[in-house]
Design a protein around this ligand. Structure first.
Ligand code: FES
Length: 66
């Protein structure tokens, strides 16, 4: 399965496909689904994953430059 990355407006990056996430301890992190949401706002309490904190943080995409 090809890996697909979808940037959600004012939210996380959704990554789906054949995924393996390795933690800072060098061990794989078990994913509950073959899709994950990666935080882009910096407000998540469970980085690198999105926990919905972008909404109360008021995260807005930067203005595209091109
Ligand atoms: S993008 Fe959702 S918590 Fe950061």
């Amino acid at each position: 399965m090809a890996t697909k990355v979808t940037i959600l407006p004012n939210g996380p990056a959704l990554i789906a496909g054949d995924l393996e996430v390795i933690g800072v301890d060098g061990k794989p992190i078990q994913l509950p689904t073959p899709q994950m949401a990666i935080c882009r706002c910096g407000a998540s309490k469970s980085k690198p994953f999105c926990d919905g904190s972008h909404r109360p943080a008021g995260f807005k995409d930067p203005t595209p430059t091109a």
